[in-house]
Design a protein around this ligand. Structure first.
Ligand SMILES: [Zn+2]
Length: 210
């Protein structure tokens, strides 16, 4: 799947580990790496910084993240020299505020757009009580995003993140048409919950062509 907007292109594909180099070591946290020039590709795994997002602002920048149920979130602006960003946002990163942090760091740029890719849907994201307690302990209310069926609670991560987007951006700049449930999309998409493995995984990328 690919898309474009003037000099910005984006897409996602299914990849085995090792087919591309990670820009960051994803740890389900809220750190976002800022790049103003390409990161040297000779870096060994030992020096890949721990972070769950990358913001890049330079000519022909290209960034990506890996997911296998978490949300891949891409950002771009309508400014020709503006930044692009890719965020890995599972429920842990979202609870730690990584998405809001991305909006803060990109807030100075004109007409920010956000794209949300495939991830576990509310149809398949059954959660336990300890999940709900963790959100409450962080003073966040997950209850509007929970649905109860067959005595289990199902969490709608997409709705939660869309609410965060609507607080920062007009609806016309929030692009959800790529979203579909990874667990339900067998065999076209991998899912950690379905496969009990993050290999292969989805690589979601965005780049500037100028
Ligand atoms: Zn599903």
């Amino acid at each position: 799947m690919t898309g474009s907007f003037f000099s910005i292109e984006w897409g996602y594909c299914v990849e085995k580990k090792g087919e591309s180099l990670p820009l960051v070591e994803q740890v389900h946290g809220n750190e976002i790496l800022q790049l103003d020039k390409p990161r040297p590709l000779k870096d060994s795994a030992a020096v890949v910084p721990q972070a769950d997002g990358v913001i890049a602002q330079y000519s022909k920048a290209q960034v990506h993240v890996y997911t296998a149920d978490c949300l891949p979130i891409l950002f771009f602006t309508e400014e020709p020299d503006g930044p692009i960003a890719a965020i890995h946002a599972g429920w842990k990163g979202v609870r730690k505020g990584i998405v809001q942090k991305a909006y803060q760091e990109l807030s100075g740029f004109k007409n920010l757009h956000v794209l949300i890719g495939p991830a576990i849907g509310s149809c398949c994201f059954a959660v336990r009580e300890d999940f709900i307690h963790e959100w409450e302990e962080a003073n966040l209310s997950p209850h509007n995003f929970l649905t109860r069926k067959n005595n289990r609670d199902y969490f709608n991560l997409l709705s939660y993140v869309t609410q965060e987007a609507l607080a920062a951006l007009p609806q016309s700049q929030i692009h959800l048409d790529w979203f579909r449930c990874t667990v339900c999309s067998h065999p076209s998409l991998p899912s950690f919950r379905r496969n009990k493995s993050a290999n292969p995984r989805i690589r979601t990328w965005i780049r500037k062509t100028t």
